[in-house]
Design a protein around this ligand. Structure first.
Ligand code: ADP
Length: 426
């Protein structure tokens, strides 16, 4: 049993894939050695780490299903000896009155017999701040940030006490900035006061990293913490862990290099243009050809194979908004998306089968599809390339079970030269 010699300190449950990586990245930067698992593992943990982040896909599934998935993750983490549980959700508190933040939080509290926890999506480094219980995205309230129009989880109220109360049985309260600014003792006193008033879950104000670092010590020993990824910066110190180079150490990199991109975000469009301008070989995929049944995957691999020895190549479906709209108009939004994801995942697999061992993937959904196609079950988290995007190391079935380095970049992350810069950091 590994946890006897190396106790698992923090067991984390993340409600989506790139959110899990974001949390793992913050924990590594604060000095923890972290593994991210894709779903709940079948067997025991076989790595010596301080924290595990179990990545679920539970953000927008029906609440009962999110609860079941989260409890399965909890039970696995408890079996590994986790001392504290961290439920991670989106920094824009993505949820509806049906859930899933409230129902999952309360199910975890019930299972842990825990009568009080906190909730805060604050992540000042990413411009998410909470003041008097109101969530700001950048300079505006959440409900003016564009999130009020989200297709699945429209956020029309920035008052998180109200939002969470609407999806919780327990009474929801607020640890406001007056207490947070005074430090851990004042926060603990406020928690005692709220408990006395029958509050079970408290939203916490935080407008800076200093607020999160003051909050950290007040959470020592709390069985369950619920938050975005920001609160993670203040927790490792509770276990005597300080930032270190060793936390992000990965095995030495080897093998060929490639980038696959299925993201159509503004940032990714710039990154593709930058890679091409740098003179690197790049191949665009045409979704209409895919739909017509052409062997786009085979053609892409045949194109890439002779080039791989000379440095990274890029295969991309990245396109500007009007091109994407026209493809979606002809194929349907979901059909086009799923078809392109499948093709890019098959290309990623083919590249790894041809010796690629350093792979950058752009796109959140695209990353999920690639990780699945590569037969990756868990990722060791390494150093940060850009905020929110670390290099990872993983055993891959496509690599014959041996390891590869992989970076999973969600749409709007990363500098313009990300696709070339990333390899320089290995
Ligand atoms: P992001 O992180 O930027 O949101 P995702 O991979 O999560 O990127 O989502 C992008 C979606 O767009 C995927 O479903 C992908 O398959 C789809 N897609 C990619 N390229 C095209 C294209 N040229 N036309 C239509 N859909 C596309």
């Amino acid at each position: 049993m590994t946890h006897a010699a190396h106790p698992l300190l923090l067991g984390c449950i993340a409600d989506d894939f790139t959110g899990a990586t974001d949390l793992a990245n913050n924990l590594v930067r604060a000095g923890m050695r972290v593994v991210q698992t894709i779903g709940v593992p079948d067997g025991p943990l076989d790595a010596e780490v301080d924290a595990v982040v179990v990545a679920l896909k539970s953000r927008t599934v029906p609440a009962a299903e999110a609860v079941a998935q989260s409890l399965a993750a909890l039970h696995w983490l408890q079996a590994q000896g986790a001392r504290q549980i961290y439920f991670k959700y989106c920094s824009t508190f993505d949820s509806t009155p049906a859930g899933n933040i409230g129902p999952v939080t309360e199910a975890l509290m019930d299972a842990l017999q825990c009568d009080f926890t906190i909730a805060t999506p604050a992540f000042p480094d990413n411009k998410r701040t909470v003041f008097k219980g109101y969530l700001f995205a950048g300079d505006v309230l959440l409900n003016e940030s564009g999130m009020q129009n989200h297709p699945l989880t429209p956020m029309t109220d920035a008052n998180l006490v109200r939002v969470l109360q609407a999806q919780s049985r327990r009474k929801v309260g607020l640890i406001d900035h007056v207490a947070v600014a005074q430090g851990a003792a004042a926060i603990r006193a406020r928690i005692a006061q709220l408990r006395g008033e029958g509050v079970g879950i408290a939203i916490v104000d935080a407008v800076s990293n200093d607020d999160l670092l003051r909050l950290g010590p007040a959470l020592a020993g709390m069985p369950l913490v619920t938050a975005g990824s920001g609160v993670a910066i203040g927790l490792p110190a509770n276990f005597g862990i300080a930032p270190s180079q060793a936390a992000s150490a990965l095995p030495a990199a080897c093998g060929l290099r490639a980038v696959v991109s299925g993201s159509c975000s503004l940032a990714t469009n710039r990154q593709v243009a930058n890679f091409i301008a740098a003179g690197r070989p790049a191949l665009a995929l045409d979704p209409l050809q895919l739909a017509a049944g052409a062997d786009v995957v085979g053609q892409a691999l045949a194109w890439a194979e002779p080039l791989l020895g000379d440095g990274p190549v890029l295969v991309y479906s990245t396109a500007d908004p009007s091109t994407v709209k026209s493809v979606q108009g002809r194929l349907g939004v979901e059909e086009a998306g799923a078809m392109v994801e499948r093709a890019i995942a098959a290309i990623a697999r083919g590249l790894v089968e041809r010796g690629v061992r350093q792979l950058v993937v752009a796109g959140g959904e695209t990353s999920g599809a690639c990780v699945q196609a590569l037969g990756i079950a868990q990722l060791q988290i390494g150093g940060q390339i850009d905020p929110g995007v670390p290099w990872c190391h993983a055993a891959s079935a496509a690599a014959g079970g041996s390891g590869l380095h992989i970076a999973l970049k969600s749409g709007n992350f990363g500098s313009d030269d990300f696709f070339t810069k990333a390899f320089g950091q290995l």
